[in-house]
Write a protein that binds this ligand. Structure first.
Ligand SMILES: NC(=O)c1ccc[n+]([C@@H]2O[C@H](COP(=O)([O-])OP(=O)(O)OC[C@H]3O[C@@H](n4cnc5c(N)ncnc54)[C@H](O)[C@@H]3O)[C@@H](O)[C@H]2O)c1
Length: 352
């Protein structure tokens, strides 16, 4: 049945970062009704009151059974991504799943297969792609202004910022990993999107937990095993080199989210210094008449600035491919698996 011209009934599951999904759905003309789900009743009440939403569930399965939902946003801890998204798709519901897609590629593959089997949209919430500077740079790249991209360095480095409210004591079992899967996934995704999702061939990587162990012990987490920093160098089958760095805690002056791109005709840098807008800078570097010019990205206009949640809803209504596909999510998850394998085995890893 075509959903054209029909407004959607959408559930939001997990209401911490999920609250931002609720906000976007509440502002969307495509949504006729929002249903909330969280095991935390206080959270349910708080968000329900804020957006005047009466349908609230503490039981995901009950919500699926009782509400005839068109779609859900899934913003629950990582170990639940596969289980709940597959259950929703089996029940005929489209899914926008928070990053990372899953704890590992085996889970990601099952999610992709479920989406294909049940003919449901599965989108991964790679929200950095929808930031203004990322959209602008992507439009510059799509116009071939940077030429052949051959080296990308992408990083999210925090001075101190371990998400202690995550179930960190359970280690990889619930989180899938540390800074690499939590923060690295964002900057890896945007880097891969900028350079057209090339296939990885090799990775050499290592992960560390050098800074946070004492703080973890103070918080009652003994044998803290998740990496507070990870570093990886990928070689892609097309020769492109991609360097990834992510940390929850490191000994440096600030927190930065940076992607630097080197192309044959031009280059670019996106640099956000968290909490210091004066040091933030997004530019492209283009050679014009033999001279390299710095062009601030804010001087380049883009025609349309999409919203990630609206993009998901539009893909459902228009029966189009979602912008952040499960295939892209799976490739990213496979790359993260390679990073952890390389670190564990002390060896370069070839992509199979
Ligand atoms: N895109 C982003 O920028 C971004 C930012 C932060 C977190 N995230 C991702 O979002 C997800 C959630 O992160 P968070 O920081 O909001 O975590 P969180 O632990 O603060 O919140 C998760 C919420 O899910 C609820 N929950 C847990 N199990 C549930 C269940 N079975 N059914 C219903 N609700 C349940 C919890 O009560 C909690 O309110 C993670 O996968 C994380 O990686 C994405």
């Amino acid at each position: 049945m075509s959903l054209n011209n029909r407004k959607l009934k959408v559930g939001v599951v997990g209401l911490t970062v999920g609250a931002s999904h609720v906000k976007d759905y509440a502002n969307s003309d495509t949504v006729k009704e929002i249903v909330l789900c969280d095991v935390d009743e206080l959270r349910l009440k708080e968000i329900g009151d804020k957006y005047n939403i009466s349908k609230k569930y503490t039981d995901f399965n009950k919500m699926l059974k009782e509400e005839n939902l068109d779609a859900i946003s899934l913003a629950v801890p990582n170990f639940l991504h596969m289980r709940l998204s597959i259950r929703a798709m089996e029940a005929g519901v489209h899914v926008l799943c928070e990053k990372p897609m899953a704890r590992n590629a085996a889970e990601g593959r099952q999610m992709l297969e479920a989406a294909q089997k049940h003919n449901k949209k599965l989108m991964i919430n790679f929200n950095q792609r929808f930031q203004h500077e990322c959209q602008t740079l992507k439009s510059v790249i799509d116009e071939s202004k940077l030429g052949d991209i051959y080296y990308v360095r992408t990083q999210w480095q925090r001075r101190r910022g371990v998400p202690w409210w995550y179930p960190l004591a359970s280690g990889k079992e619930q989180c899938g990993g540390g800074a690499i899967i939590d923060l690295g996934v964002h900057v890896l995704d945007r880097a891969m999107w900028f350079c057209g999702h090339p296939d990885p061939e090799w990775v050499l990587a290592n992960t560390f937990c050098k800074v946070s162990k004492d703080e973890a012990a103070r918080r009652g987490i003994q044998n803290f095993e998740l990496e507070d920093m990870g570093v990886a160098m990928f070689r892609m089958t097309n020769g492109l080199m991609l360097e990834l760095e992510a940390s929850w805690a490191s000994n440096r002056e600030n927190e930065v989210i940076t992607t630097r791109i080197y192309g044959s005709k031009g280059g670019a840098v996106l640099q956000t210094v968290v909490g210091d807008s004066k040091s933030t800078g997004n530019k492209v570097f283009l050679e014009i008449d033999g001279e390299v010019h710095d062009i601030p990205l804010e001087h380049i206009r883009i025609s349309k600035m999409p919203n990630i949640r609206q993009a998901f809803l539009d893909a459902i209504v228009n029966d189009e491919e979602v912008p952040c596909t499960p295939q892209q999510g799976l490739k990213i998850t496979q790359m993260l698996d390679m990073v952890y394998l390389s670190a564990e085995n002390n060896t370069p890893v070839k992509f199979e």
